[in-house]
Design a protein around this ligand. Structure first.
Ligand SMILES: *[C@@H]1O[C@H](CO)[C@@H](O)[C@H](O)[C@H]1NC(C)=O
Ligand SMILES: *[C@@H]1O[C@H](CO)[C@@H](O)[C@H](O)[C@H]1NC(C)=O
Ligand SMILES: *[C@@H]1O[C@H](CO)[C@@H](O)[C@H](O)[C@H]1NC(C)=O
Ligand SMILES: *[C@@H]1O[C@H](CO)[C@@H](O)[C@H](O)[C@H]1NC(C)=O
Ligand SMILES: *[C@@H]1O[C@H](CO)[C@@H](O)[C@H](O)[C@H]1NC(C)=O
Ligand SMILES: *[C@@H]1O[C@H](CO)[C@@H](O)[C@H](O)[C@H]1NC(C)=O
Ligand SMILES: *[C@@H]1O[C@H](CO)[C@@H](O)[C@H](O)[C@H]1NC(C)=O
Ligand SMILES: *[C@@H]1O[C@H](CO)[C@@H](O)[C@H](O)[C@H]1NC(C)=O
Ligand SMILES: *[C@@H]1O[C@H](CO)[C@@H](O)[C@H](O)[C@H]1NC(C)=O
Ligand SMILES: *[C@@H]1O[C@H](CO)[C@@H](O)[C@H](O)[C@H]1NC(C)=O
Ligand SMILES: *[C@@H]1O[C@H](CO)[C@@H](O)[C@H](O)[C@H]1NC(C)=O
Ligand SMILES: *[C@@H]1O[C@H](CO)[C@@H](O)[C@H](O)[C@H]1NC(C)=O
Length: 762
């Protein structure tokens, strides 16, 4: 086939003549292994044997660039980004497609397409798009795109476009809370406060009303990951080095466009047989989560605040009520201070990593005592900030903020030539530790060892990671580009830093350190993901339902072990005649959800504990909680089996969207929170609405798949909707295809034994 000039008549691109080099021979150029690349008929395509794994669209430009700095408003984590594209190149030509020497490849070479981006305003640029099969991961193709501006406008961002099948649904991209398939959405990859509401009303409108972005939208998330997998078994990921702001545009039905905030970008892709194979290949490249310590299987981790005697009484009370307790999580170990809010003061933590002598006067001995007396472990709390404690009325031993401020260990403000101040609400002045500064790292490691890990704790909530400012007066110690580019890398550095400390202390089998922020590649540095702060309600975008949706997408982003704050976190009291507080029913149903979906069972009091139902409010709430904790424990052998056989070795998530098993059942593609598989053997439809005594459940697939409802032992067939009773304590759980897995015995014993247990929310 002879190549010929082609006039592109597409709305995005003005009509350009693309001149082509001679077509590569029909068989293509070998990339190594089973992979080859061809440039035929104005299409660049990559085949694995005879299957096309990646291609451009016939005649359409597939690389572009633009000038202009993206703009943003907001600070303190609540960023609202507006993409700015000026002088976007409207044409492209190809001047050569040829083999070039390349390091780290299977064959010692790569195949490189070169050419020019045309009409970028008054200028043009050269580009090289290089593909190879990595020597150490031969089941995929890696790529590197590099653009070299020639003159004219300051090009800043690149675009890579390639074909997608219109019937291909897309999942992943991190903690996405508002959609099932991401096809037809345009997803920004930026780590920030997810917002309170995220589109659930009226709360989002109330919080966004004065131009702040505190309510967020359907795209705001603590964790966005630059990778996806599809129902065709395709997987695509940027490399962990590329943590800059990215945007994945799936709004054009047959095209995917990745926009990236740099003139070079690298990543990899492959096509596996199904979605399971795609996750396996994805995580072979991005990494898999380290082992979850076995003690988490023993019971609940009680989130409590209020000091030693309160904690111990609640533990004793729980043991009296047959609540299995694995640990306590005491975020207020550092002490608290009140912050003015509507109606009541909100209690905030002092971000200064030492025990508060009023609440926890004998911290190390107290921690050891809980362990020795009750076999209850203690988790504490650490974050990326240090707050100035000079106004802490009940005293402090070290002011870590003052030490770090003096040493220049914080992210810096070049306007004020001092620490960049973060204010998390009135009265809280803090800096962000600069993890790119080797001085900070060694100083902070000493702090972590002598002040945090020195008590016999078993881990902590490793909070935040999303706050690094993006303005041009932000300075990090080692910053390759600008602050906007550096922003997303922080969560990766934060998780990596914690993992190094754990490894250094030899605590790999004991430590449980959970994060809500992550970047591409963070999964290898954390053994537990926590889905962040949700509203204490039944909301789709930011309430209990969003927890399932997030776990679905995070699972397909390579995060196999996840959990949520049981009961939710965010109370809101407003003067707009609207409050969000936690009901006993929400707490109970959230505990059920955790028991049948999560690898760790941990509760949170919420940010205004006094207005919420607590598990320890009274015997009624505690009995429901204890029941849920027993259900969680009864599933431990089954969970552990999956963690060890599928999560650790293949990167498959514990919680699985039904679409993974039923890719040809169109209804499963739209399931976000309504149901899921827990491993291969259990199908679950949790109760995520109030007052629900029975639930209509869609059973996917065909009549060949059976679903046995565990509570009634009724057997149903796939491909239909059924209605099952869902009294308190009985989320709809089904055994799939008559599984008789021995690891499920303790759960089935629980079901028989506790079938008649009466729970209440009165
Ligand atoms: C591609 O565009 C560049 C820049 O305009 C031009 O110099 C070159 O001749 C073109 N090559 C082909 C093959 O069209
Ligand atoms: C080139 O590709 C176009 C679009 O897919 C197709 O319509 C055309 O038949 C192809 N031409 C040849 C010679 O294969
Ligand atoms: C594969 O090799 C590259 C260097 O070529 C390295 O950066 C990467 O970490 C290796 N990946 C794995 C999974 O070993
Ligand atoms: C927005 O401003 C109005 C008027 O000043 C005030 O009453 C309201 O509380 C503000 N809302 C928020 C969420 O700050
Ligand atoms: C976020 O920015 C966009 C674009 O500038 C703007 O339309 C929108 O109103 C902003 N959102 C809020 C809540 O301020
Ligand atoms: C737990 O039970 C013991 C024995 O019945 C009792 O002495 C103790 O007061 C109970 N503790 C709590 C906190 O309920
Ligand atoms: C630096 O300080 C100035 C005022 O002193 C402020 O306007 C600006 O937002 C600060 N920038 C950063 C990155 O903290
Ligand atoms: C874009 O940002 C860079 C780095 O902050 C700055 O040097 C440049 O002047 C900005 N360009 C425009 C057009 O604002
Ligand atoms: C919101 O909560 C406050 C404090 O508990 C209470 O005084 C107020 O009446 C509540 N408002 C609504 C609408 O329930
Ligand atoms: C237990 O506490 C919950 C939450 O505060 C409350 O709604 C419920 O009425 C209480 N039940 C009893 C029996 O005291
Ligand atoms: C259940 O078994 C049927 C018949 O063997 C099989 O087609 C189906 O894929 C199985 N379903 C699941 C979810 O494993
Ligand atoms: C649970 O109790 C119900 C009602 O008594 C009964 O129909 C059902 O068979 C029992 N389920 C199991 C698993 O024992």
């Amino acid at each position: 086939m002879a190549s010929r000039p082609l006039c592109l008549a597409l709305s995005l691109y003005s009509c350009q003549v693309i001149a082509n080099p001679q077509d590569v021979s029909d068989s293509g150029i070998s990339l190594g292994g089973q992979y080859s690349l061809s440039w035929i008929n104005h299409t660049l395509s990559i085949e694995e044997d005879t299957t096309t794994v990646w291609s451009t669209i016939h005649g359409q430009p597939f690389v572009s660039a633009s000038a202009g700095n993206d703009s943003f408003t907001g600070s303190n984590g609540a960023f609202n980004i507006t993409q700015v594209d000026t002088d976007r190149c409207t044409g492209q030509n190809i001047t050569s497609v040829e083999q070039v020497p390349w390091d780290g490849t299977l064959t010692g070479s790569a195949v490189q397409a070169k050419g020019y981006l045309l009409s970028c305003g008054i200028s043009h640029a050269e580009y090289e798009l290089t593909f190879w099969v990595p020597a150490n991961l031969t089941d995929r193709v890696a790529f590197y795109l590099n653009i070299v501006p020639q003159s004219g406008p300051e090009l800043k961002k690149l675009y890579l476009s390639f074909a997608s099948s219109p019937d291909e649904d897309i999942y992943g991209l991190g903690a996405q809370a508002s959609f099932a398939s991401l096809k037809s959405q345009s997803i920004p990859v930026f780590s920030r406060e997810q917002g309170v509401g995220r589109g659930d009303q009226p709360i989002t409108a109330i919080l966004n009303q004065n131009g702040s972005f505190a309510g967020g939208d359907k795209f705001t998330t603590y964790t966005a990951i630059a990778s996806y997998i599809t129902t065709k078994g395709n997987m695509f990921s940027l490399s962990g080095k590329d943590a800059g702001y990215a945007n994945f545009d799936f709004t054009v039905s047959d095209l995917i466009t990745v926009r990236y905030d740099s003139l070079s970008m690298d990543g990899f892709f492959a096509r596996a047989g199904d979605m399971f194979g795609a996750v396996e290949r994805l995580t072979a490249g991005t990494g898999r989560m380290p082992k979850l310590p076995s003690w988490v299987d023993n019971g609940a981790i009680l989130g409590i605040q209020g000091g030693q005697s309160k904690v111990e009484t609640i533990v004793q009370h729980g043991l009296n009520l047959s609540c299995p307790i694995a640990g306590v999580w005491l975020q207020d170990w550092v002490g608290t201070h009140g912050q003015a809010g509507p109606y009541v003061n909100v209690s905030r933590l002092w971000w200064n990593w030492e025990n508060d002598e009023k609440l926890y006067p004998n911290w190390p001995a107290f921690v050891q005592g809980l362990r020795d007396q009750y076999n209850v472990r203690t988790l504490s709390y650490v974050n990326t900030f240090l707050a100035n404690v000079s106004t802490k009325t009940d005293g402090f031993r070290r002011n870590l903020y003052a030490e770090a401020d003096g040493a220049g260990y914080f992210v810096q403000n070049t306007t004020s030539d001092s620490t960049a101040i973060i204010s998390s609400g009135p009265g809280l002045v803090a800096g962000i530790i600069d993890l790119t500064n080797p001085g900070l790292r060694s100083w902070f490691t000493e702090v972590m060892k002598t002040q945090v890990w020195s008590a016999n704790i078993s881990g902590f909530m490793s909070d935040f990671g999303e706050y690094t400012p993006v303005t041009s007066d932000t300075k990090l110690y080692s910053m390759v580009s600008d602050a906007f580019y550096a922003h997303n890398e922080y969560p990766l550095l934060w998780a990596h830093y914690q993992k190094e400390t754990i490894d250094n202390l030899g605590l790999q089998d004991e430590a449980l350190v959970f994060h809500r922020s992550a970047a591409t590649g963070s999964n290898k540095y954390m053994n537990l993901f926590w889905v962040g702060d949700q509203n204490l309600n039944w909301g789709v975008n930011d309430g209990i339902k969003s927890v399932v949706t997030i776990m679905l997408h995070m699972g397909l982003s390579g995060y196999a072990h996840q959990h949520s704050d049981i009961g939710g976190y965010t109370d809101t009291l407003t003067y707009d005649n609207y409050n969000i507080t936690r009901s006993p029913e929400l707490l109970g149903r959230w505990g059920e959800l955790a028991a049948v979906s999560s690898s760790v069972f941990r509760s949170h009091e919420g940010n205004i504990p006094s207005v919420n139902a607590q598990f320890y409010s009274n015997d009624t709430t505690y009995e429901y909680y204890a029941y849920n904790a027993r259900m969680f424990v009864s599933l431990a052998p089954y969970r552990r089996y999956i963690l060890e056989t599928e999560c650790a070795t293949k990167g498959w998530p514990l919680l699985r969207s039904p679409v993974m098993y039923h890719v040809n059942d169109p209804r499963t593609r739209n399931i976000s929170y309504q149901s899921f598989y827990l491993g291969p053997g259990l199908y679950v439809a949790p109760v995520l609405d109030p007052g629900v005594e029975e639930l209509s459940v869609y059973l996917p697939g065909s009549a060949g798949t059976t679903f046995k409802h565990v509570w009634t032992e009724e057997v149903y067939y796939g491909g239909r909707d059924v209605v099952v009773a869902t009294p308190l304590g009985q989320p709809a759980v089904f055994l799939v295809n008559g599984t008789e897995q021995v690891e499920l015995e303790s759960f089935l014993d629980f079901v028989k034994r506790e079938n008649e247990t009466k729970l209440s929310i009165e």
